[in-house]
Design a protein. Structure first.
Length: 389
């Protein structure tokens, strides 16, 4: 593979993308702060190579230009990047940027993203623009009811831009919590399950999807993923995949995308949000599918044939390892349990510091049946560190 890929962001997604790239002899250059970012640890450049990772922010225009000067294709492992510069290097250098800057621009603003999906007749729950004032929040609560989900339009992840308004008196507290950032409001969705689908689109516009998974969140952070989704409704997986694929067809550019959805008791599906990159709900694909989301992302942006997205095991689960304190040794009991569990694969991300609520790694378990999966998962859940203070 003679193309070099530049990645904006060097976290765990870049690290796993780098691991997949190394198997294909695809060269990868990372832009992120520090020399020891998780992705940089696993992608080394030979001393004679002209390539070198870049120490800087993926929002710094000059650093993005420097990255662009070294590579043939730019991609992202995070959507909170400077899109104007991506557009500039795409035009001035004729560099391929995947997914397209216009896609990242829409998705990085969750309000624009929801408006886009609505305009394409995709199913989304009701939402409203709100100003960062108590009066505007009250007006939104009047229209959409309580509880009301207030969300920061930008820079959101792991629920950190979300505030659940249960009572009108909390409006001021919500503004303070959300740092007076630009906001919008969503009607509260009484879902029975959260589900997700990874979708891949190649440079020719061909779209394929992975199996539907169930995602279980704890404190707004993805805690567990079960693949495939089990449902009494035999038509549900095909419907969910069709929604996810249609959502991705509405955007430009190639790559893998995560589509998070809500499932309601009457079978209604709403799109919650889209990630224009590999996604936590697709980690399981490394061990459980014929081709991982990371490899398919590379195949998609390099115009190689896409790999099969089929499951190669009957049942699988992914458990996120979330930091509970500054002490990474908190995770030792669950790691030891995983080492003793057949079918369990540990992925640690090499983060320099542990923090409460930080994603430090994950464990994927594969099994011959759901019963065996539950049996293998049980000792891991029992040894997870407590999140209580
Ligand atoms: P991510 O880390 O997935 O990017 P995020 O910060 O972008 O997270 P969301 O996905 O918008 O946040 O919301 C986080 C979680 O909050 C969802 O997975 C879901 O559990 C809950 N949630 C979000 N929107 C709603 C809603 N309108 N009604 C009820 N629950 C919601
Ligand atoms: Mg998000
Ligand atoms: Mg989300």
């Amino acid at each position: 593979m003679d193309k070099t890929v530049g990645v904006l962001g060097g976290g765990q997604l870049g690290r796993m993308l780098g691991a997949a790239a190394s198997l294909l002899n695809v060269k990868v250059v990372i832009l992120d702060v520090g020399d020891n970012a998780p992705a940089k640890q696993v992608i080394s450049h030979h001393a004679t190579s002209t390539l070198s990772h870049i120490d800087g922010s993926f929002t710094d225009p000059d650093k993005i230009r420097e990255l662009a000067s070294q590579v043939d294709i730019l991609t992202v492992e995070i959507e909170h990047v400077d899109v104007n510069v991506l557009e500039e290097v795409q035009k001035s250098r004729g560099l391929a940027v995947h997914p397209g800057p216009s896609t990242i621009r829409i998705i990085q603003d969750k309000f624009l993203q929801k408006k886009h999906l609505l305009s394409k007749s995709l199913p989304v729950s009701e939402f409203l623009q709100v100003d960062s004032t108590v009066e505007s929040i009250h007006a939104a609560a009047h229209t959409l009811g309580l509880p009301l989900m207030l969300k920061s339009r930008t820079l959101a992840y792991d629920g950190r831009g979300n505030f659940v308004l249960r009572d009108l008196s909390q409006a001021q507290a919500a503004l303070e919590f959300l740092n007076n950032r630009p906001l919008y409001a969503e009607k509260w969705v009484q879902f029975i399950k959260e589900i997700a689908v990874m979708v891949v689109r190649n440079t020719a516009g061909e779209v394929i999807s992975y199996p539907v998974v169930e995602t279980v969140h704890k404190d707004n952070i993805c805690h567990l993923v079960f693949a495939p989704l089990r449902s009494a409704d035999p038509g549900l997986p095909a419907r969910a995949r069709a929604v996810a694929e249609a959502a991705i067809r509405s955007f430009e550019g190639a790559g893998v995308f995560g589509v998070e959805m809500f499932l309601l008791s009457d079978g209604t599906i709403y799109v919650n949000e889209i990630a224009p990159r590999p996604h936590n709900s697709g980690h399981y694909t490394i061990e459980a599918c014929e081709t991982s989301q990371y490899e398919n992302h590379l195949r998609a942006i390099l115009s190689l044939p896409l790999g099969s997205t089929a499951l190669k095991v009957p049942s699988s689960a992914m458990l996120n390892l979330i930091g509970v304190s500054s002490n990474i040794a908190d995770l030792n009991p669950v790691l030891n349990a995983a080492l003793a569990t057949p079918g369990a694969s540990i992925h640690l991300y090499g983060k320099s510091e542990s923090r409460k609520g930080r994603k430090m790694g994950h464990i994927t378990i594969v099994a011959d049946s759901d019963a065996q999966l539950r049996e293998r998962l049980r000792p891991l859940l029992q040894t997870l560190p407590s999140t209580e203070p």
